[in-house]
Design a binder for this molecule. Structure first.
Ligand SMILES: [Fe+2]
Ligand SMILES: [Fe+2]
Length: 403
């Protein structure tokens, strides 16, 4: 069966630009159905008449600019993925829009480039079957950070000795801050040729002043105090993520991954359970989803209640934020790596799956049965089962170390 076409709305106040889009869209008419609006008002009218997957708007328009339009889209049509086209790189508005826009695309851009960015995000919608979840995740503006790290970041940013290394180090330990900074730096808007997966590189690229205005002015990061009635804890997610990162990194080095794969593995470790931070915003989650003894959600109860799990939710969010593919794939499939289309070689997903499964298994002393935690046929196919005993020893060592 042919997949359904994605519905895309273009908004630009210049009719010539719209006509140019229309002409260059011929090559993509099998995948997209498109509509065009010459103002924010007309765009909102289109959105009220039919369901769209994505809106791509110009930033500068009279009466209602791109940001005002997307504010309305986010409020009234939260299921729609939001892109902005902007040609002004020094635009302070761009930074202000980072909490609202899923990705920023430079203007002008070839239609092929726009197509690749938008189509990738639209395809990821298939990870979530429930429109309510799409709406919740599309509406996420900030995610909870570990309060101690958030506080450290604010103090560092206000100190006279602030450096990009010290800021990068703090950000790289926190799931929410890492995701947000990588969303920004990987935005096509900045025109970097290779995707950036290292928070340290992202901070060095953006510069301290940009980070300052994002953190202190626009407040794209937020600290979080656990609510006593919510079963999941940001601290538990954080501690688990750091232990998984340490183990995944060591496994990646032992398997002789290249430098880029090692970096992707490390970042995927920090981000892998970002979907659990999303669950704080899902109504009814705490009543329906059970936690295991390690404080982790039981996957079966997530699937029963949501029709999906924190892994797909996290992968979807990172994907529409434009994070690099190997990280999105590792996060999405970290519980079921056998679903990967091409798994002939160990890669960041392999290291992450092993580390996550082994940490969970070794923490649960009563049930050290690998098949309950690891996809053994997948690991066998990659010829990794003979390493398992050594990795269990390594996991116990990491769990005994302070975080
Ligand atoms: Fe997980
Ligand atoms: Fe995990």
């Amino acid at each position: 069966m042919k997949p359904q076409k994605h519905m895309i709305l273009f908004v630009d106040d210049d009719p010539l630009v719209l006509r140019g889009f229309q002409r260059s869209l011929d090559d993509f008419s099998d995948d997209w159905e498109t509509e065009f609006a010459v103002s924010g008002k007309e765009g909102l009218e289109c959105l009220s008449k039919r369901a769209f997957d994505a809106v791509i708007t110009d930033m500068h328009m009279p009466s209602m600019d791109g940001i005002q339009l997307l504010e309305e889209v986010s409020r009234c049509h939260p299921g729609v993925i939001r892109f902005v086209l902007s040609g002004n790189t020094s635009d302070a508005q761009i930074l202000k829009s980072t909490h609202l826009v899923h990705q920023i695309i430079p203007k002008p851009s070839e239609m092929e480039k726009i197509y690749k960015i938008v189509e990738r995000a639209c395809r990821l919608r298939g990870l979530l079957s429930d429109p309510m979840l799409l709406q919740i995740i599309n509406s996420i503006r900030t995610l909870p950070s570990v309060p101690r790290l958030y506080q450290q970041l604010l103090e560092q940013l206000q100190s006279e000795t602030v450096s990009s290394q010290s800021i990068g180090k703090i950000i790289s330990q926190d799931t929410a801050m890492t995701a947000k900074i990588l969303q920004l730096v990987n935005s096509a808007f900045f025109g970097i040729s290779e995707p950036v997966s290292s928070p340290q590189k992202a901070v060095a690229f953006l510069g301290i002043n940009t980070i300052k205005s994002l953190a202190l002015g626009i407040q794209i990061f937020s600290g979080y105090q656990n609510q006593s009635d919510f079963p999941l804890s940001v601290d538990v997610v954080w501690k688990h993520s750091l232990q998984v990162t340490k183990l995944a990194y060591t496994i990646a080095c032992q398997l002789k991954f290249n430098a880029q794969e090692i970096e992707d593995t490390r970042v995927a470790g920090v981000l892998h359970d970002i979907g659990q931070l999303l669950s704080f915003q899902i109504p009814g989650y705490s009543q329906h989803v059970r936690l295991n003894k390690n404080g982790q959600p039981v996957l079966g109860t997530e699937y029963e209640f949501l029709g999906t799990s924190h892994a797909e939710m996290g992968g979807y969010l990172l994907g529409i934020w434009g994070l690099p593919n190997p990280i999105v794939e590792a996060v999405t499939l970290h519980h079921f790596p056998g679903l990967q289309a091409d798994s002939s070689q160990p890669d960041p997903l392999t290291a992450l799956h092993l580390a996550n499964g082994l940490i969970n298994m070794c923490q649960n002393e009563q049930e050290e049965t690998p098949e309950a935690y690891l996809d053994l046929p997948y690991l066998q196919k990659l010829g990794l089962l003979n390493h398992l005993a050594d990795w269990v020893t390594l996991t116990h060592k990491i769990l005994a170390e302070p975080v």
